[in-house]
Design a binder for this molecule. Structure first.
Ligand code: IVH
Length: 702
C-alpha cells in the first residue's frame, strides 16, 4: 500500500471512529441509553487516540478526544467542583498494566523506581463500580452539596435527590463515638448505583404493574439520580459506595495520607466503602486473573478494577495527563455483552397461550459459550427499544441467566432492517391472537392449540405438578408423535396401550412397567396437586391449596362462581375469573370427566367406599378382650356393616363376639345356643380378612 493510500485509510478510519464515538456519547450522556458497552466504547476511543497521537493533522475539531463527556441536563443548577473530577485511563490486560507502571517510572524519585524487577510502590485495588460519579460536600460535618460529575469542572446540583439516599450520611461522623472527626470541609467522591438484587426486584415489580423496565442497573441509577422530584428518587433503591477524597480543608491533618488509610477513614466516618486490598505490583496479576475468572457474587455490578498508587503524595506528584491522573489506572473486565446480528424473531407459544418472541442470532461467543438464541422479553419491549430484524444488537448474559437482547445498535443500520410486528395469528394454529387490557402479552386463546396442549401435557406430568417419573419432555414428545396421547387425560389411559408402548423405540418391558406404575400412582395425588397441574393461569400449588380448602372436590370447584371464589382470602379477582373461566370451557369439563373415568382421584380424601350391609338385621353382643380391635372399634365395624350391638344376650342375639377373659355373657350364649365368634370370625363375616398380625382365621373358638 502506498503511503498516500495508507494515510487516506487512516483519515477514513479516524472519521468513522469520530462519528461512531460522537453518536455513542450522545446515547450515553443525553439519552442515558447507550447502545455499546463501555468496554467497546473505550476500545474505539483508544484506537482514535492512537491514530491522533501518530497523526496530529487528523485531529478534527469535532473529535471526541477534544472534549470531555458532559451529562449536564436542564432542570438542575450547575455547580463548580472544587477540583476537577478526573477520569481514568484504561488497561485491558496485564501487559497494559505493566506498560503503565513503566510509563510512570521515569517520573518517580530514585528510591521508588523499579529495580531488578522489584517495585517499591504499594497499590490499592478497588472495585470499579458500574454506576455514576457523585461528589459530596460536607461543611462542618453536614451534607451541604451533592453533585454529578457533569463536565468534570461543573456538575448538576442534585443535593435534594442525594439527601434521599440511605447510604449517604447527612452528617459525619455518623457515629459521634466512632473516635474520628470530620475536617471543616470534606469533599468525597463516590459512585451511585443500584444493587443487583434491588434492580431485579424493581424490574419485577414494574413488569407486574405493566410499567417499563430498565435495561440495566446503571441506567436505572442514572434515571433515579436525575429525577426532578426527589420523592421519585427516594422511591428508587439507590446506594452509594465512596472511594476517594476530592478536596478537604484539613489544616488539622485529620485526613490520612494513603489511599488505603483514606478508605478506612471514610468507612469510620459512616460512608459505605467496599473492602480494599493493598498489593505489590507482582501480586496484581494474580488478583486480575482471579477477578476475570470469577462469577461475580458481589452485590453490585463492576466493570473492572481500579488500581491506585497508595501513597497520596506520590499519587499527586505523578500529576495528570489529559483528564486522567497518572497515579491510577482502570483495569476493564472483558465485557459480558457482545454485538451480533439479529437474524430473525421466532414466536414461541407457551402453556397458557402466551406468545413470546425469541431472537435467532448470528452465533457469537459470549462469556464462554456460543450463543445463537436470546430472549426478547415481549413485543412492547421490542417496540420501545425499536429493535428490528436484521439489526446489529447488543446481547448480554449475566450470571448464568439466559442471554437477552439489550437493544439495537441504531447507528449500524443499513436500511434493510425490518420492523418486528406482534403476531396477528397464533404461529401454530393460526387462531387470531388476543391481548388482555393492561397486559403486555399476546396469546393464543385456542385451548386445543397443539402447541398449548403439548406444553400443558409437559407441565401436567412435570415435577412441579403430578410428578410422573419417566415422563420427561422427550418421552411426552415421543408419545404425542406416536399418537398415544393427545391431551393430559390420555396419560392415564396408557395402561390400555401397553402393546403400543412396547413397540416404541427404546421402550422395554421394564421401562413400560415402571412408567405405568408411575402413572397409576399419580391417580391418587392430593387434590391441590391435581388442581395445580391443570395449568390454570395464576394457580400454582399454594393457590390450589386455598381453593381446595374451600372446595374440597373437583366438582365443587368446577361449579363455583367467580364471585364466590373471590371471597377466599388470598385469592383476587383475576385468579377467581381464571378458575371459573377454565372450568366453563367444554374442553376442560371434558378433560375432568375423562380424568374421572380413568380413575383419577378428584376429591380431597378417598371417598368412603360403599360398605355392603352384610350384617343388616343382626344383633351382636361383645365380651372379653379382642386381640386387635378395641371394643369401640369392633362395635363401629359391626355398625358400619349394618349390624346392631346390644349389651345383653338373648334368644334374639345373632352372635356373641368373645375375646380373652369373657364374662357371663359367653356362658349365657352357650346356654341359649347363640353362635360365638372370635375376632377373626367377625372379620371373616364382614369380609375384611384379618388385621395385620392376626392369627389365621378359625371359624369359631368353641
Ligand atoms: S477513582 C481520579 N475509583 O470509574 C480518580 N473511580 O473511568 C478517578 N469508578 O468516573 C476515579 N469505581 O465514576 C475511582 N473505585 C473507584 C471507582 C471509580 C468506579 C468510576 C468513576 C470514574 C470512572 C473512571
Amino acid at each position: 500500500m502506498s503511503d498516500e493510500s495508507k494515510a487516506q485509510t487512516l483519515a477514513e478510519r479516524a472519521a468513522e471512529l469520530r462519528a461512531a464515538l460522537n453518536y455513542h456519547i450522545y446515547r450515553y450522556h443525553v439519552l442515558s441509553s447507550p447502545v455499546v458497552t463501555d468496554y467497546e466504547y473505550d476500545r474505539l476511543m483508544n484506537e482514535l487516540k492512537a491514530i491522533e497521537a501518530e497523526h496530529p493533522e487528523l485531529v478534527a475539531p469535532d473529535s471526541p478526544t477534544q472534549r470531555v463527556g458532559s451529562d449536564l441536563t436542564e432542570g438542575f443548577a450547575s455547580v463548580a467542583h472544587p477540583a476537577p473530577i478526573l477520569s481514568l485511563s484504561n488497561a485491558f490486560n496485564a501487559d497494559d498494566i505493566r506498560a503503565w507502571r513503566t510509563r510512570i517510572d521515569k517520573l518517580l524519585p530514585d528510591e521508588l523506581k523499579l529495580r531488578d524487577g522489584r517495585d517499591p510502590l504499594a497499590y490499592t485495588i478497588e472495585p470499579k463500580y458500574d454506576g455514576l460519579t457523585i461528589v459530596l460536600t460536607y461543611t462542618a460535618g453536614l451534607l451541604t452539596l451533592g453533585a454529578t460529575r457533569g463536565s468534570g469542572e461543573v456538575g448538576d446540583d442534585v443535593t435534594n435527590n442525594v439527601r434521599t439516599v440511605g447510604s449517604i450520611p447527612r452528617r459525619i461522623p455518623v457515629d459521634p463515638n466512632a473516635g474520628v472527626k470530620a475536617p471543616p470541609r470534606l469533599v468525597v467522591r463516590g459512585e451511585a448505583l443500584i444493587l443487583k438484587d434491588a434492580f431485579e426486584k424493581f424490574n419485577e415489580q414494574q413488569e407486574a404493574a405493566g410499567q417499563p423496565t430498565y435495561v440495566n442497573a446503571r441506567n436505572m441509577a442514572s434515571g433515579a439520580l436525575r429525577q426532578i422530584d426527589p420523592r421519585v428518587t427516594a422511591a428508587r433503591p439507590l446506594t452509594t459506595y465512596c472511594y476517594g477524597v476530592v478536596d478537604a480543608d484539613d489544616s488539622g491533618g485529620i485526613v490520612p495520607d494513603s489511599q488505603a488509610g483514606r478508605l478506612d477513614y471514610l468507612r469510620a466516618l459512616g460512608f459505605l466503602v467496599d473492602g480494599v486490598l493493598t498489593k505489590r505490583i507482582e501480586e496484581l496479576e494474580a488478583v486480575i486473573a482471579y477477578v476475570t475468572g470469577w462469577d461475580g457474587d458481589l452485590p453490585f455490578e463492576i466493570d473492572g478494577l481500579v488500581i491506585k498508587v497508595d501513597d497520596c503524595a506520590v499519587y499527586s506528584a505523578l500529576g495528570i495527563v489529559g483528564k486522567d491522573p497518572r497515579g491510577a489506572i482502570a483495569y476493564k473486565l472483558p465485557s459480558e455483552e457482545v454485538t451480533t446480528k439479529l437474524l430473525a424473531v421466532e414466536e414461541n407459544v407457551g402453556r397458557t397461550g402466551v406468545i413470546t418472541p425469541s431472537a435467532k442470532l448470528e452465533p457469537v461467543f459470549l462469556s464462554g459459550v456460543t450463543v445463537s438464541n436470546a430472549t426478547l422479553h415481549n413485543y412492547d419491549d421490542i417496540t420501545r427499544k425499536d429493535i428490528r430484524a436484521g439489526d446489529m444488537v447488543i446481547v448480554k448474559r449475566s450470571g448464568g441467566v439466559i442471554p437477552y437482547v439489550v437493544g439495537p445498535v441504531a447507528g449500524a443500520r443499513t436500511g434493510t432492517e425490518e420492523p418486528i410486528e406482534p403476531p396477528a395469528r397464533c404461529p401454530v394454529c393460526a387462531t387470531p391472537v388476543v391481548r388482555d387490557e393492561g397486559e403486555v402479552a399476546y396469546y393464543c386463546p385456542n385451548l386445543a392449540c397443539p402447541a398449548r396442549v403439548h406444553r400443558n401435557i409437559e407441565y401436567f406430568v412435570s415435577k412441579a405438578a403430578l410428578d410422573i417419573e419417566g415422563l420427561g419432555t422427550k418421552i411426552v414428545q415421543q408419545l404425542l408423535d406416536a399418537g398415544l396421547i393427545q391431551d393430559e387425560a390420555d396419560v392415564f389411559t396408557l395402561a390400555e396401550k401397553k402393546d403400543k408402548l412396547l413397540a416404541l423405540d427404546g421402550f422395554g418391558e421394564k421401562k413400560v412397567s415402571n412408567l405405568l406404575s408411575a402413572v397409576e400412582a399419580a391417580k391418587t395425588r392430593p387434590l391441590p396437586r391435581l388442581v395445580a397441574a391443570l395449568g390454570i393461569k395464576g394457580v400454582g400449588e399454594s393457590i390450589a391449596e386455598l381453593l381446595t380448602g374451600v372446595y374440597p372436590a373437583m366438582d365443587a370447584l368446577a361449579a363455583a362462581l367467580a364471585e364466590d371464589i373471590e371471597t377466599i382470602p388470598g385469592i383476587g379477582p383475576n385468579i377467581a375469573h381464571a378458575v371459573a373461566g377454565w372450568f366453563a370451557a367444554p374442553r376442560n369439563r371434558d378433560l375432568i370427566e375423562r380424568l374421572r373415568a380413568a380413575g383419577v382421584r378428584l376429591a380431597m380424601d378417598a371417598p368412603a367406599a360403599e360398605v355392603e350391609q352384610v350384617l343388616a338385621g343382626m344383633t351382636f353382643v361383645l365380651t372379653g378382650t379382642l386381640p386387635h380391635l378395641t371394643r369401640a372399634a369392633a362395635a363401629a365395624l359391626i355398625e358400619a356393616h349394618g349390624g346392631k350391638v346390644t349389651g345383653s344376650v338373648s334368644g334374639k342375639t345373632s352372635y356373641v363376639v368373645a375375646g380373652e377373659n369373657p364374662g357371663s355373657k359367653l356362658a349365657k350364649a352357650q346356654q341359649l345356643g347363640v353362635p360365638v365368634l372370635d375376632e377373626a370370625g367377625l372379620l371373616a363375616l364382614v369380609g375384611e380378612g384379618a388385621p395385620l398380625g392376626a392369627p389365621p382365621i378359625q371359624p369359631a373358638l368353641f
